[in-house]
Design a binder for this molecule. Structure first.
Ligand code: ASP
Length: 359
């Protein structure tokens, strides 16, 4: 477990009021909590108490808010699967103490982390809401305040029967709540930084927060089960004009690789030249798991549409359907961590495990 710091912020924030919910805000780093280093002008992380000082509005919630700060705080470009394991273990340990969790995280890899956690936290009945910002929280035009406040509201929201409004891993950003494993970072500059091209938002924040209950997942009937063993032997090969046999062979056939995500054109098409198909067949014969994910921002792989796609299918490549690359990576890490049996992993890859593909 990470040597983070616990801070019980609750009691000072809600004096004299009855507590409705308790939320754990987990701070991992990212722009939301950064400020400019006067020495070199770069953004560096500061601690959670400073974030709270910048957002006094949090005191107005009738919610107990505790915080947990990871150490060291990181720019999310440095996220590794070990952080996901730490997050999953922390949520598991504190699961009974809180009604929901808010994870403050850099935007660069937020969609990867939210995707991975959606698989690792099997059987959620409580919200796990990722958020961050494009501008640091101390900057006048920051988007961090509104993102944090709404994320806390969503993490504590309950239905009439007392169950959580959003019992799943999601990303709240710029007034929209998106399913974590359907999201992708879409803009390096706009406040509207994330997109979920193949699934509408789970909620929209305006005057009220409107939940799209039709598509929000049902709470699990089984208890939370956390899987922390991940197998990261995955490569991602983006097909492009001019790709060479040496590059393709390395990503597909190298001994250290168990699975390759092929980012293909359009509805799942790749090069129809013999040299490329021979490498695909070689990878298949070597027992590699080959998953076809489209480079397009929206839509689905359909390997029956064009001859080039059909050839891939007949050479052992599986359809990733409308999965994002981020979710495909998390799903592979998770399934391969669970079993050494590639046949089983391939079978499970085609199933919808937690809303990551349109079944
Ligand atoms: N580089 C930052 C990070 O991902 C960007 C951000 O937070 O928006 O940690």
């Amino acid at each position: 477990m990470n040597d983070g710091q616990n801070m019980n912020d609750g009691q000072s924030m809600n004096d004299g009021q009855s507590m409705k919910s308790a939320i754990l805000v987990i701070y991992t780093g990212g722009t939301i909590g950064m400020k400019e280093d006067p020495q070199d002008g770069t953004l560096k992380p500061f601690d959670f108490s400073q974030i709270k000082e910048e957002v006094p509005e949090l005191n107005k919630f009738n919610v107990r808010i505790d915080s947990y700060t990871f150490s060291p705080l990181i720019d999310s470009s440095d996220v590794e699967p070990a952080l996901w394991v730490n997050l999953a273990e922390l949520i598991h340990e504190r699961y009974e103490d809180y009604d929901g969790f808010v994870i403050l995280h850099g935007t660069d890899t937020m969609a990867y982390s939210a995707s991975a956690l959606s698989f690792m936290l099997d059987g959620l009945t409580k919200p796990v809401i990722f958020t961050g910002s494009q501008l640091p929280i101390g900057v006048p035009r920051t988007d961090g305040k509104e993102n944090l406040i709404s994320a806390v509201e969503i993490a504590s929201a309950k239905r009439a029967d007392g169950s959580a409004e959003v019992p799943e891993v999601a990303i709240f950003f710029d007034a929209r709540l998106l399913r974590g494993n359907r999201s992708t970072k879409y803009s390096a500059e706009a406040f509207n930084a994330f997109a979920s091209p193949n699934l509408p938002p789970l909620a929209q924040a305006g005057i009220n927060i409107r939940y799209n209950t039709e598509i929000i997942r049902k709470p699990s009937a089984a208890p939370l089960k956390v899987q922390t063993h991940l197998d990261c032997r995955v490569s991602i090969l983006k097909i492009h004009p001019g790709i060479t046999p040496a590059v393709a062979r390395h990503s597909l056939c190298a001994p250290e690789i168990r699975a390759c995500i092929l980012e293909t054109y359009g509805s799942g098409n790749a090069i129809s030249k013999d040299w490329f198909l021979d490498i695909i067949k070689e990878a298949d014969h070597l027992g590699k798991i080959l998953l076809n994910v489209t480079q397009c921002k929206s839509g689905t792989v359909n390997m029956n549409l064009y001859a080039t796609g059909a050839t891939l299918k007949h050479s052992g490549v599986l359809s990733g359907q409308d999965i994002t690359t981020e979710a495909a990576l998390g799903k592979l890490f998770f399934l391969m961590g669970r079993s050494d049996n590639n046949k089983w992993v391939k079978k499970m890859l085609e199933k919808d495990l937690c809303g990551e593909i349109t079944a």
